[in-house]
Design a protein around this ligand. Structure first.
Ligand SMILES: [Zn+2]
Ligand SMILES: [Zn+2]
Length: 261
């Protein structure tokens, strides 16, 4: 397992297809199906705190898909996501996440469509019987299943918000928390599509050899530390100035662009 919780491929189910296939010109539609356990709803809203869905994520996903002819279907509000009332556990192995997908997922990758299944669970990542509360998100092998561990995010925010008195500072943190969550989703999406050198070949070497399938550039979202709360929070503060801000560096974007041509 890599630092951020991209799971070992041996835990993955039989792949529907190679994860980099999403960049193929034959794929014209990318679907982000989303679902949440009660109490783990995503924090929606873009820059400025308005109800603007996952605009930052949407733009960066399209950037990754090289602004090609692909259309992206992504929910713009929680109403457009499935509520999973039967998902009540507080610790989740990758197999638990796959089991949820088997039961509830409605979109799969086939033909001209690539599908990803984002689930927000009200619990923590667990492996070998051990809870790991530092893992904010995980991408499960070639399944296209991406999970966000909401309490892991919330615990970090609670620690930050506790000492804050100023309403303006509290609001700023709330906005940042939405962006941090989208960064977690995007980082794991990066793994799900084969970054770095994990199914998607590198155009030029930029893999951080000491840290699994991550990018060597600290200013790229695929840098290994940018899946940890404090680092990704710093990344948001430093790099996100609007919903149009770019989070993948040129090296990662070049890998995606090269596969698509
Ligand atoms: Zn990672
Ligand atoms: Zn990169």
């Amino acid at each position: 397992m890599t630092a951020c919780g991209s799971s070992d491929t041996e835990e993955a189910p039989v792949p529907a297809r190679n994860r980099a296939e999403v960049f193929s010109p034959s794929v014209t539609k990318v679907v982000f199906e989303m679902a949440y356990a009660p109490g783990a709803e995503p924090w929606m809203g873009g820059f400025g705190g308005a109800e603007r869905g996952f605009l930052l994520m949407e733009r960066n996903a399209l950037r990754l898909f090289n602004d090609s002819n692909k259309t992206l279907e992504i929910p713009s509000s929680v109403d457009q996501m499935a509520r999973l009332d039967d998902v009540t556990k507080t610790d989740f192995t990758t197999q638990d996440l796959l089991d949820i997908a088997v039961k509830h997922r409605t979109q799969i990758s086939a033909g001209n469509t690539a599908a990803y299944y984002f689930i927000w669970v009200n619990g923590y990542y667990s492996k070998d019987g051990q809870r790991n509360n530092a893992v904010l998100g995980v991408s499960v092998g070639d399944s296209g299943v991406i999970a966000v561990f909401k309490p892991a995010l919330q615990d970090n925010l609670d620690t930050l918000v506790g000492p804050i008195d100023s309403p303006a500072d509290k609001l700023a943190l709330a906005i940042n928390s939405r962006l941090i969550e989208q960064m977690v989703m995007l980082h794991e999406l990066g793994h799900a599509v084969g970054l770095v050198n994990d199914g998607l070949p590198m155009s030029a070497k930029h893999q951080d050899d000491g840290h699994g399938h991550h990018c060597s550039n600290p200013n790229c979202l695929m840098y290994w530390m940018n899946s940890r709360f404090n680092s990704v929070r710093q990344f948001v503060t430093t790099h996100i100035t609007s919903d149009a801000s770019s989070v993948f560096d040129d090296a990662c974007l070049a890998d995606a662009a090269a596969f698509g041509t």
